[in-house]
Design a protein around this ligand. Structure first.
Ligand SMILES: [Zn+2]
Length: 236
């Protein structure tokens, strides 16, 4: 729920997310703005008042998040000829103008067509959407390969924009994956697929869980580490 609070001469807009949680959490997200997670029983005007009282702190949080995002974008431009990592290979981004958004990998080039290739946010959104499609296809293929080997059947499979996670598994057995896995080498994507599938047997990170992962992928630690150390290359 979108809310607006006026504090002195400043307007603060935020998204309120009510849940069964017991405490209030304030978060400044790049692009998504300010988020407030609050328990359902808190009255809206009480949440507004908490936001108003923290106006300085929240605006500063937002300013810092945006500054970080700006710096990241400057460090990782998406103009014609920019480097882009796809399936662990260093490719070159080629931008073309065209009515429909599409992307294809031709040799070492990722040829991206979109209506407005001059707009930085549009190019980023087009990369995200076209590569998400490729990611989902590849992840499904790898799930189909590993699931029978593990004797499991995953539930719903989806690609999510996850800031800090490569994948997740819900109690119901639904799996979510980060679209950026398509930038990583295929073995790193495999590791995340195997990891989430193993959670269908062991909903924890116990030694038994890791033994299952290792049985499918003896060198999984290499790829687990790869994902930890290369997040910066996969910035977008
Ligand atoms: Zn896990």
């Amino acid at each position: 729920m979108k809310r607006t609070v006026v504090a002195g001469n400043r307007r603060i807009e935020y998204t309120l997310i009510q849940s069964s949680r017991q405490n209030v959490l304030f978060q400044a997200l790049p692009e998504a703005g300010l988020r407030v997670y609050a328990p359902k029983y808190l009255r809206l005007r009480d949440v507004d008042e908490m936001v108003r009282q923290r106006a300085d702190q929240l605006l500063e949080m937002q300013r810092q998040t945006e500054a970080r995002l700006d710096a990241d974008r400057r460090a990782h431009p998406v103009t014609d000829g920019s480097p882009i990592l796809i399936e662990g290979k260093h490719c070159i981004l080629r931008l073309r103008r065209g009515p429909r958004r599409s992307g294809r990998l031709v040799g070492e080039e990722y040829q991206l067509t979109l209506p407005n290739p001059d707009s930085d946010p549009d190019v980023r959104a087009a990369i995200r959407s076209t590569l998400s499609t490729v990611a989902l296809k590849r992840i499904r293929e790898r799930l189909d390969y590993f699931a029978p080997r593990l004797g499991v059947t995953p539930g719903r499979v989806a690609i999510r924009e996850q800031k800090s996670r490569w994948g997740s598994c819900s109690r119901k057995g639904n799996l979510n994956f980060n679209w950026k896995l398509i930038m990583a080498p295929p073995q790193a994507l495999d590791y995340v697929v195997v990891h989430e599938l193993c959670h269908l047997h062991e909903f924890n990170h116990s030694p038994r869980f890791w033994a299952l992962v290792e049985a499918q992928m003896p060198d999984y630690e290499v790829w687990k580490k790869w994902l930890k150390t290369h997040t910066d290359d996969m910035y977008l």
